[in-house]
Design a protein around this ligand. Structure first.
Ligand code: MLT
Length: 412
């Protein structure tokens, strides 16, 4: 007999975004006319083309691959030195942060890394996650067998849920109880909230006191407009002893379809063996990458490197300004529609309270049916997301303006 991984059977329905896709497809099949005016503000997928500096680098790299003299086969699993060094210099050392080139591991996505990191962490860890939360953190722990079953509200036994509500500006406080692994995401997906320096200092102090590890997801750091908000957990003293940081080129360089991201694992970050001796995680992650990953393609790594050129940086800035211009349009439109709105200032996500009498999925259906706009129901991000929905500002300006108009025309 062969056995399946029973943990997968504990997962709730489908992964949120495929589930939304299924419902939207059913709606479009049943309403072909409405389907023609559908605007998607659900999944946070970029809409604007790759920056010209990236396109030029892609062409150059393809030409290199077309010639025997410059062709490349397998690359280093951890990433080419040219990209690891551009990342460590531009994203960290130029900001006074101590990150070495070989502490940067290039990958095909932060979603993958957030799940894969569990390979090098023990099963006995007590896991703390925000609620609402990016579903990948929860689902990958369920798949790895780190939880019991989900209750009726979708909360899994064995996880510590940290409620994020208007009362704490959607940034969780360190819990009274002990946690070994804490997932933090700032700027936050889905709420669009950002953690202040003081809030991150409290988390680093907690992690050091508890010998815990913070898994810091900074995929949206490029959207931070407020100069007081940290872009990296390593801006907080002590974080090199207790934090792993995930970053992505998806949302700054438009790489959702091109695929490139990276994870920083400081050599100073230790975790305990079963017998209680502290050892660095860096060699374990290095080993994991070498064994289970063949690296991101040379062509794509050259494309990512181009984002650090002068032109590339200016083109990223223009992309962020475009999406944040959409965020302003959507925030203004949703407020004018009488909705209570959060986020959308340092993040591309707008977090909206559902009007009285509607839960998250009812609001999703109403907005889909009556406004022909796809949003994301807050309850898909956790039980504390119930009563909210998320609007993504990844779109054309014309679509953002049209969504703002349709929200105001909607009769609840
Ligand atoms: C989202 O919509 O939450 C994101 O696009 C998901 C992701 O980046 O994986």
């Amino acid at each position: 007999m062969s056995y399946l991984n029973d943990n997968y059977l504990k997962l709730k329905a489908g992964y949120l975004f495929p589930e939304i896709g299924r419902r939207v497809k059913a709606f479009c099949d049943a309403n072909p006319d409405a389907a023609k005016r559908l605007i998607r503000c659900g999944i946070g997928d970029v809409t604007e083309p790759l920056p010209p500096a990236v396109v030029a680098a892609l062409h150059r790299a393809v030409d290199e691959m077309a010639s025997r003299a410059t062709f490349r086969g397998y690359g280093p699993e951890q990433g080419y030195d040219f990209l690891r060094s551009a990342i460590a210099k531009n994203d960290f050392r130029d900001h006074g942060l101590d990150v070495a080139d070989d502490e940067v591991f290039v990958s095909d996505g932060s979603k993958c890394d957030c799940g894969n990191i569990l390979d090098v962490l023990g099963h006995q860890n007590k896991i703390a996650i925000s609620d609402p939360v990016y579903p990948v953190y929860v689902d990958t722990n369920v798949m790895a067998g780190h939880t019991g079953d989900a209750d009726a509200a979708g909360a899994y036994a064995g996880l510590i849920y940290l409620p994020c509500t208007p009362a704490n500006s959607f940034i969780p406080e360190p819990p009274k109880e002990h946690a070994d692994i804490i997932y933090l995401c700032s700027p936050n997906n889905p709420t669009g909230a950002v953690a202040t320096r003081a809030q991150l200092e409290a988390w680093v102090a907690y992690a050091l006191a508890h010998k815990a590890i913070i898994l810091f997801d900074a995929a949206y750091e490029a959207y931070i407009a407020d100069p007081a908000i940290p872009h990296s957990i390593y801006e907080i003293p002590g974080a090199r002893q207790c934090a792993i940081e995930f970053r992505s080129f998806s949302k700054n360089g438009g790489f959702t379809g091109t695929r490139c991201a990276y994870t920083v694992v400081p050599k100073s970050l230790l975790a305990a063996t079963r017998t209680g001796e502290y050892q660095p995680l860096h060699p374990l992650w290095n080993r994991r990458m070498a064994t289970k990953f063949n690296g991101v393609s040379y062509i794509v790594q050259r494309a990512a490197e181009a984002l650090y050129s002068t032109d590339g940086k200016a083109q990223i800035k223009a992309l962020i300004e475009h999406y944040m211009g959409n965020a302003r349009v959507l925030v203004t439109g949703a407020k004018a529609a009488g909705l209570t709105v959060y986020g959308g200032i340092n993040a591309p996500y707008i977090w909206v309270e559902t009007p009285a009498g509607y839960n998250s999925w009812q609001a999703f259906d109403k907005i889909l049916n009556d406004a022909n706009v796809v949003i994301t129901p807050g309850s898909g991000f956790g039980s504390k997301g119930e009563g909210y929905f998320r609007i993504s500002s990844f779109n054309s300006r014309a679509n953002a303006e049209e969504v703002a108009r349709r929200l105001q025309a909607l009769a609840w």
